[in-house]
Ligand binder design. Structure first.
Ligand code: SAH
Length: 262
């Protein structure tokens, strides 16, 4: 039996072992980088890298590049950029809308959303959201770390938090809102997604307390909404997020063979 292997970012080409580093700089061959203080500290002091060690760098725009550490300065290490190892892949336009929860599980939600290929994270405040002040710096650090670890070449954008009604009031009709709803009539999630129009997507997961009746009404009135069932059990919000993103990536996103937007 043969399997098609047309995926340009196929895993065999992909180096899992070399340390990966997100940088803000533009990347091109033979333009050395001076790493930020934090990145230099991380490589030289924390990971104990020394001159000549390899690092893969990416900036979310120009793919992934092999770099070799030059002068291993703890405050401003130099990196020689050798060659491109992967081109910048196309990404699924996939917003991930979630109600913030307490810190430890919020870390998990943010990391998993990046691993699963969300392109934008939007914290949504709902009636039953247990809302503490969001630690944006910590969320950004989690997103960068998840991208570095998983070989994702784009750190998603983190949008400012927004109230659900405000978000729905200015919803762009071209973006399908995939509302994860334990009461969805269509109980087959794959059939529900196959019937979804092609184009930009958003996945919405509710808070632990679920949505209020008014919020459900608002959601169901939106013309571009589809309801997605995640099976017969009530999942915790963090589990529901991973399950929903897996289904969406498999049916509509970059888990499909050629990985390109539909
Ligand atoms: N409504 C419940 C549980 C909320 S679970 C309550 O009132 O306690 C948190 C969120 O996860 C839900 O709002 C929903 O978006 C999602 N979710 C959990 N289990 C689900 C399922 N079986 N199908 C679809 N979505 C689910």
């Amino acid at each position: 039996m043969t399997f098609p292997t047309s995926r340009s970012q196929s895993l065999p080409d992909y180096d899992h072992r070399t340390q990966r580093l997100f940088v803000a700089n533009d990347l091109s061959a033979s333009t050395p980088l001076i790493l930020s203080r934090e990145a230099s500290h991380y490589l030289v002091t924390v990971l104990r890298f020394s001159e000549g060690d390899s690092v893969l760098v990416f900036n979310g725009r120009q793919g992934e590049w092999l770099g070799k550490l030059g002068k291993a300065d703890r405050k401003a290490a130099m990196l020689d950029v050798i060659r491109q190892t992967r081109t910048q892949p196309a990404f699924t336009d996939l917003d991930y809308l979630f109600a913030p929860i307490k810190a430890g599980r919020l870390d998990y939600i943010v990391q998993k959303a990046v691993e699963m290929g969300a392109s934008r994270l939007i914290p949504v405040i709902t009636r039953h959201t247990q809302h503490a002040r969001l630690n944006i710096e910590r969320m950004n650090a989690n997103m960068i770390e998840a991208a570095e670890q998983c070989g994702v070449l784009r750190v998603p954008e983190l949008a400012p938090e927004i109230k659900l009604d405000a978000l729905l009031a200015r919803w762009a009709p071209s973006r399908t809102l995939i509302f994860c709803d334990e009461r969805a009539e269509q109980q087959n999630p794959i059939a529900a997604l196959q019937a979804t129009p092609r184009g930009p997507l958003a996945v919405l997961i509710g808070p632990e307390g679920g949505f209020s009746t008014e919020e459900r009404d608002l959601l169901l009135k939106l013309p571009s909404v589809i309801r997605l069932s995640l099976g017969p059990r009530i999942l915790r919000a963090d589990t529901a997020g991973v399950a929903a993103l897996a289904l969406v990536q498999a049916v509509l996103g970059d888990w499909r063979m050629n990985g390109l937007p539909l």
